[in-house]
Design a protein around this ligand. Structure first.
Ligand code: SF4
Length: 289
């Protein structure tokens, strides 16, 4: 496989084959994100991507999962996607499903028929990161999608037979919107009804627009205990039907996991213990982006 620049994938795709079929992110405006700032967005040449798949098919034995990068790979034209998916399932032994990052806009720009075709061809899981359900925060972080658009996008994915993994970002609202951010996010999770739910913690990366705002005193990252309180509110107030919940991303202070439907009380008990100082948090030096 050939890769350009830094590569990113969700923690749950650690054992997946990664195909870089797009380079960068077609949105590339979220104020906190530095993942693809050094890459001009483009769809990679189809022939090159097909060659990478052929090569992987010859080199690797069993490949069960394929993650298609980079930042919002769903944006690729549907014909391009279908060619890649058909070849992937033809050449990768044991392949069960493909997944990718997607934005609400990517989903809204595809027709229900296109999404159904992609799902039937094996694109079964989309990672969607609204980060917040608070309309003010969504605007401030330049997410490029509203609360309502994220709900509509989730409904379209589900109607096409795809699962969604929703990513939220603790601290995204800053100190002044910490309550609204947490409560709005819980509402958005309920409305999007994901199968998987992850919480990450905002790290202000030098060179990003949010870092500039922080330097000017216009953004203040909440204290650690406020971030944990945000997480508590999200766990307590969101009501997805049956979401697998994880905070195993390296950016978090407290790794947690469970099914919200069955494990909510246990997770809240752990969070309360952490909030009252009875549980040691991941040290700052151990955290990553
Ligand atoms: S959509 Fe995702 S990859 Fe693109 S800028 Fe926003 S957070 Fe970064």
């Amino acid at each position: 496989m050939r890769y350009e620049g830094r590569m990113f994938r969700p923690p749950s795709e650690a054992y997946s084959l990664i195909l870089q079929a797009t380079v960068g992110c077609s949105h590339n405006h979220c104020t906190y994100c530095d993942m693809y700032r050094d890459k001009a967005f483009r769809v990679r040449d189809l022939h090159e991507s097909l060659q990478d798949l052929e090569g992987a098919g010859q080199r690797y034995g069993d490949v069960q999962k394929l993650f298609v990068a980079d930042g919002d790979a769903l944006v690729m034209p549907t014909e391009h996607w279908l060619a890649l998916l058909h070849r992937a399932f033809a050449v990768l032994n044991g392949l069960q499903r493909a997944s990718c990052y997607a934005t609400a806009k990517n989903l809204l720009e595809k027709t229900p028929e296109e999404l159904r075709a992609l799902s039937e061809a094996g694109l079964k899981l989309l990672y969607l990161g609204p980060e917040s359900g608070d309309p003010t925060t969504l605007k401030r972080i330049a997410k490029g999608g509203t609360f309502e658009e994220h709900v509509e996008a989730a409904q379209k994915a589900h109607a096409a037979g795809m699962q969604i993994s929703v990513i939220t970002l603790l601290g995204a609202g800053g100190e002044d919107r910490t309550v609204e951010h947490a409560e709005g996010t819980a509402k958005l999770i309920t409305a999007m009804d994901p199968e998987f739910l992850a919480a990450l913690t905002l790290t202000v990366v030098p060179g990003t627009p949010i870092a500039t705002l922080q330097e000017r005193g216009k953004f203040v990252l909440p204290e650690i205990m406020s971030l944990l309180q945000e997480l508590r509110t999200i766990v307590d107030q969101s009501r997805p039907t049956d979401a697998v919940f994880r905070t195993n991303h390296a950016s978090n202070y407290l790794p947690l996991s469970g099914r919200l439907l069955h494990d909510r009380e246990r997770i809240l008990t752990v969070l309360d213990a952490a909030l009252s100082g009875q549980i040691e948090l991941r040290p700052e030096w151990f955290r990553g982006l």
